[in-house]
Design a protein around this ligand. Structure first.
Ligand code: SIN
Length: 525
């Protein structure tokens, strides 16, 4: 096994990881490892925008209120306060580094999305906001000589000594390297790929959550998975997000009988919270026996649609859908994990030397449901804070370690992955109940052994991580006998007793064992 030492190790190269690296650059050598090329992260695909108070008509107090309301009573207020107060400064800093947000004249162009009570969403090149952030942050990183990148390096596990994190084992060019560091920051993003319908890129396999969990880190709020109401539903096309900002600019939803329906479900209609819109769509799909509904923009001016959503326009056109002229078939898809590795507002986990920021982390900023366009901001604000906190580490990495050399390989890997993703979508998706969750648990238990072995390929390790994270989501969803935010149980439609509590797991507490699940008086979901 090779070994290397760095001052600071960052795992993941989306907005949170890059922003943390920039913060750390003056304090020592920084290594950013990423399992793909550095630009391949959820950040790159974020369309709609980034929310922050940047106009005189808005106030941080209102952004705070909107975020708390969307979080449905489970946000940690200190985290929300930090996000909305520090957000504008992080945006100004990005602009000073060259970020080109769209403007109307000299002013920043601001749009609105679900559950925002003000226009506060900045966007870049219409619908390529994440790509612009990634471009600017990568350029900034390139200008800092203390930051080095290892692309195509898969983090297998953390190096833990006496309950402290001393770095990570990384698989690179087929070999294991022990990377020792004084501080390690996880910024690996989410886990959307465990669901068969997702807006997330292929890299989002929950790796950071799984490796942190194996190392003894605490995971929290894992039952809260946000489903985006509108991803393209077209068998010939890949799954593709149709940004909420389209509804912000006036797009409406129609069922397959061409009837508008959102007004029947919520006073804010198409701009109701995402969980409400997603469930309404499912309900319409069931009633009309269809697997999609439509998004309609034909009443908007053609040039406006083309210029405001150039990436979506061009992508859909490849599949013969002209979004300014045709109805767009859409259905919900897994989009964002509110839960993750539990941290405080400085990104500190319960393991000394281990920090987390961005979607992999759970600061409690999103509560039970994330306010649209708060996630890029979360990456910037908490990435910078985790970087700052990591400079204060006093860990002295040991410099020697062994990795369990007994390795296996998973037979029928593709089949297991397919079955897992379908199972999670169908039984642990937008509407859940004891019966569906119990069935999912039973199937997952068949693959429990996979989560206990070591592997030497990225695809084996990803599947191991996906099964681990899926198991924790299922157990959390079974434990929360009530419906809050994005977690909806058709057998417990009320909030339920003790709903304010956050559900937390660590590997010592987690018992993923067989048990019988009783449906509530014959309830089926
Ligand atoms: C979107 O553009 O709809 C996604 C934005 C977000 O999830 O915050």
């Amino acid at each position: 096994m090779n070994s290397e030492s760095v001052d600071f190790l960052i795992i993941g190269s989306g907005v949170a990881g890059l922003r943390a690296a920039i913060e750390l650059a003056p304090f020592g050598d920084v290594l950013v490892v990423t399992k793909e090329k550095p630009s391949e992260s959820s950040t790159e695909y974020a369309q709609g925008g980034i929310a922050a108070v940047m106009s005189d008509e808005d106030r941080v107090g209102i952004h705070l209120e909107d975020t708390l309301k969307a979080g449905d009573g489970l946000c940690r207020e200190d985290a929300v306060k930090t996000l909305v107060e520090e957000g504008p400064e992080r945006i100004m800093e990005l602009i000073s580094w060259g970020a080109e947000f769209d403007r109307e004249g000299l002013k920043l162009a601001l749009t609105i999305e679900a559950a925002h009570s003000r226009r506060r969403i900045l966007h870049a090149h219409g619908d390529s906001t994440g790509k612009e952030l990634e471009r600017v942050l990568l350029n900034k990183v390139r200008s800092l000589s203390s930051i080095k990148k290892y692309p195509f390096a898969f983090t297998m596990d953390l190096i833990i000594k006496d309950s402290e994190c001393h770095g990570a084992y990384v698989l690179r060019n087929g070999e294991i390297t022990a990377l020792f560091s004084k501080a390690t920051i996880l910024a690996t993003g989410g886990a959307g790929q465990i669901f068969s319908r997702t807006t997330n890129p292929l890299v989002a396999t929950g790796d950071g959550m799984a490796i942190a969990f194996r190392s003894g880190a605490e995971l929290e709020d894992m039952e809260f998975v946000q489903f985006h109401p509108t991803s393209l539903y077209y068998p010939a096309a890949p799954q593709f997000l149709l940004s909420e900002s389209m509804r912000g600019e006036g797009a409406v939803l129609l069922n397959i009988n061409r009837q508008r329906f959102m007004e029947n479900y919520h006073p804010m209609a198409e701009l109701a919270p995402r969980d409400v819109v997603s469930r309404a769509i499912i309900s319409e799909m069931v009633d009309t026996k269809s697997n999609h509904v439509y998004l309609e923009l034909r009443h908007l001016e053609k040039d406006f649609v083309k210029n405001r959503f150039p990436r979506i326009y061009a992508t859909c056109l490849q599949y013969d859908i002209d979004i300014s002229e045709d109805l767009i078939p859409v259905s919900p898809a897994a989009h964002y994990m509110m839960g993750g590795v539990k941290t405080n507002i400085d990104g500190e986990t319960n393991i000394r030397g281990l920090y987390a920021a961005g979607e992999v982390a759970c600061t409690g900023v999103h509560g039970a449901n994330r306010l649209a366009s708060n996630s890029l901001l979360e990456g910037l604000v908490f990435g910078a804070r985790a970087g700052r906190a990591a400079t204060r580490t006093s860990i002295i990495p040991e410099g020697q370690t062994v990795y369990d050399s007994e390795t296996s390989s998973i037979k029928t890997l593709d089949e297991i992955k397919r079955t897992l993703r379908k199972l999670m979508w169908e039984r642990v998706g937008i509407i859940r109940c004891a019966e569906s969750l119990g069935e999912a648990k039973e199937k997952l238990l068949l693959w429990k052994e996979i989560t206990r072995k070591n592997y030497l390929t990225r695809s084996d390790l990803e599947l191991k991580n996906m099964i681990t994270v899926a198991g924790i989501i299922v157990e959390s969803a079974l434990t929360r006998k009530g419906s809050v935010g994005a977690h909806y149980r058709s057998d417990y439609k009320e909030r339920g007793e003790g709903w304010q509590q956050h559900i937390k797991w660590n590997k010592n507490k987690f018992r993923f064992e067989e048990e019988k699940f009783k449906a509530v008086s014959g309830h089926e979901c």
